[in-house]
Design a protein around this ligand. Structure first.
Ligand code: P6P
Length: 336
């Protein structure tokens, strides 16, 4: 059966045939991304055995203790993507500033932005974690250096976005703007094989996902919105499902339907716009959500329309089934 399944590269090439302007250079980028995912998956799968758990003792820009697998995954992606020959600059959750790629023979004009291992607080307890990525074309002149503005592009400018979910199986889910496709890793052949074509997010669902433990930090409007998400349009209670790993929570809700919320809270200055980062968490998920028929907002506007001002900026995130997004926008606008 595996022999009849489509690989990621076959899928990309078939999509490129539909786009005359597409070049094979995109496949160079995905080749390195796929290899990175295989290497990270191998390490994640044996994390408990080789003492890859625990902390490196360093602190990243988010003020979070960096776990060894975070570091390892970041190094793999920085190295492999710089070898693609088509990437000219990168930004990572684990790096304070942008990373320029200056290989002599690089004809790179792709910008690669990523969270190498999101949900890292779940590493030690063997719960699903993920890699999230986003791809843009540089805006600055090829003759000059890559600059910050190449990274501060609206989410609508993304050429591709997706995630690798290290779960009961390893899945690569991505979009290039022609729908959402899921590929499941088959260790027997060492390939990601098409398992979920044209993934669609149900118009409504029975799940709401939010960290209820933060309720005392929310303002009244957010409490009202979350309370409204606890029941469906018939007034029937919905199920709360929350893993605390964005990729896992997003993937489940994308398939089953429902809403994921990480709202702003007033506990401190850092979380006044919530916890999730625009460039390498909210924007990639928003591109996927909209490509699958769902939505993603910050409470007022599309995530994809937000003009970024810094590479690590945070935004509130409400993403999921269109019925819930519509309801939230109505509530937020009527509350002014
Ligand atoms: P909390 C993981 O650290 C992460 O960035 C996302 O993957 C996840 O959605 C969120 O934080 C969970 O945050 O505050 O609920 O633990």
């Amino acid at each position: 059966m595996s022999a009849q399944r489509v690989t990621v590269i076959e899928h990309l090439l078939s999509q490129q045939n539909a786009i005359p302007t597409a070049t094979g250079r995109f496949t160079h980028l995905f080749n390195e991304l796929i290899l990175s995912a295989k290497i990270i998956s191998r390490e994640v799968r044996k994390a408990g055995l080789v003492d890859a758990l625990g902390f490196t003792g360093e602190i990243n820009i988010q003020g979070e203790a960096v776990k060894k697998l975070d570091d390892f995954s970041n190094d793999i992606l920085l190295y492999r993507m710089s070898k693609s020959g088509v990437v000219c600059g990168m930004a990572s959750e684990e790096n304070d500033d942008i990373v320029l790629v200056n290989n002599e023979n690089s004809t790179g004009d792709y910008i690669f932005i990523f969270d190498p291992l999101d949900g890292s607080s779940n590493i030690d307890i063997n719960v699903n974690i993920g890699t999230i990525f986003s791809v843009y074309k540089r805006k600055s002149a090829a003759s000059g250096d890559v600059c910050k503005e190449d990274f501060l592009q609206k989410g609508t400018e993304q050429l591709a976005a997706g995630y690798v979910l290290y779960g009961s199986s390893t899945m690569l889910v991505f979009t290039t703007g022609q729908g959402v496709y899921g590929f499941t890793f088959d260790p027997g052949v060492g390939e990601f094989l098409l398992s979920h074509a044209q993934m669609q997010n149900p118009q409504s669902g029975n799940i709401y996902s939010v960290n209820e433990g933060n309720r005392s930090y929310w303002d009244a409007q957010i409490c009202n919105v979350v309370d409204a998400m606890k029941i469906d349009k018939n007034g029937t209670p919905r199920s709360l499902r929350y893993i605390g790993s964005l990729v896992a929570d997003f993937h489940r809700n994308f398939i089953y339907g429902g809403i994921f919320i990480y709202p702003p809270d007033n506990r401190d200055e850092k979380s006044k716009n919530g916890k999730l980062r625009l460039l390498y968490e909210a924007n990639p998920m928003a591109f996927l959500a909209e490509q699958g028929g769902g939505g993603a907002i910050d409470g007022k506007q599309r995530i994809l329309d937000i003009q970024p001002t810094s590479i690590h900026q945070r935004v509130p995130l409400y993403t999921g089934s269109q019925d819930d997004i519509t309801k939230i926008l109505e509530m937020m606008s009527s509350a002014g």
